[in-house]
Design a protein around this ligand. Sequence first.
Ligand SMILES: *Cc1c(COP(=O)(O)O)cnc(C)c1O
Length: 430
Amino acid sequence: MTNWQALLQFDQEHIWHPYAKMPADSAVIGISKTQGSIITLSDGKELVDGMSSWWAALHGYNHPVIQKAMIDQIETMPHIMFGGLTHEPAIELAKRLIKLTPEPLQKVFFTDSGSVAMEVAIKMALQYWISLGQPNKNKLLALKNGYHGDTFATMAVCDPDNGMHRLFTSTLTQHFFAPAPQMGFDIDSDNQDIAEFKSLLEKHHTEIAAVTLEPIVQGAGGMRFYRPDYLRQVHELCDSFNVLLIADEIATGFGRTGKLFACEWANICPDIMALGKTLTGGNITLAATLATEKISDTISQGQPGLLMHGPTFMANPLACRAASANIDVLLNSPWQDNIQRIETHFINELHPLKDLQGVADTRVLGAIGVIELERSDLGETIQNIAVANGVWIRPFGKLIYTMPAYNIPTPQLNQLTEGLKTAIMQALQP
Ligand SMILES: *Cc1c(COP(=O)(O)O)cnc(C)c1O
């Protein structure tokens, strides 16, 4: 028998969790196993998973096809350096990524995490302009409410005010920020947001290397959805002002919004695209940065001609194998029907919460459901009630949100929204 009490106490005293205190005020929840959309706690209690481990576990946990591929790969070759060597798992995955993403994205760089994929994207953009003899184009234009990671280059393009990284403002590179796109996927906009975006480009395009944005869904910076026409216009403006476009599809990639990639809503192709989180279906860490031939040729024809990056665990075969299996499982599944099923369910079940006192907004897009509260101090209470009701969610400030596995069985989907609604209602009307 595992002595969970002792383990949890050790954890609390010695191990940092994401954005957490040391030692922690209270113990986190011990987990003993996962299966499908069910998380089993140390005491045997089962929770329906509403988070997909932060967007990642597209097909739930322990998917047999992905597991089999990984076990096979562990037995053959779990890892080998990528300098001077190559292997089928990397080649097979690159083929799939090139085929699935918009046609001009032909070149692939593999990294270990989303933040690093964005670091590489930024580095590619800067090196592109250096190679063209325009080193002054070394600033980025980012969007308010954006989130691109926790490393130093990516912190500098996250929302400068919403708290996560404000502490480091004085050491971060100063970039340009456009107002967040007007909220709403389906709205008829007056394009005021685009006008302000355009005026920043007009003033500063000679200094700007690239625009960074999350297409259609701004994730950790606010769980905000915006209209495809905004993205389409940004793409056009980038072209006309000679600025590159970096699309961060780390959260949205592989179907979550109802399109395979969120860029497809606007029918655009960025110069550089970052993939992460969802790439291995939540089984092991891996990320990728894709670029057009224009980017790779320019960098290669400049000085020193090499893309200056190369992590130790680049293109780890085990992770690449998991990613290819994840993509095959996705494409062999009725994923569009599943996203539609979850979206309809969320629209029916979550939108009525808008009438509750204390709820500021509810939003649904694809298999993403968001309830924005007026207060930001109820997250922990809501999480605790949800867990007591058999549901795993992880609220963030005012935002109570869920993005379940695409293949979550409908009875579990019902359990998820019932548990979520009960938790919100109890917290708001104690
Ligand atoms: C999570 C996330 C990242 C960072 O990925 P990590 O793997 O946590 O480094 C970057 N961009 C977006 C849009 C994300 O959701």
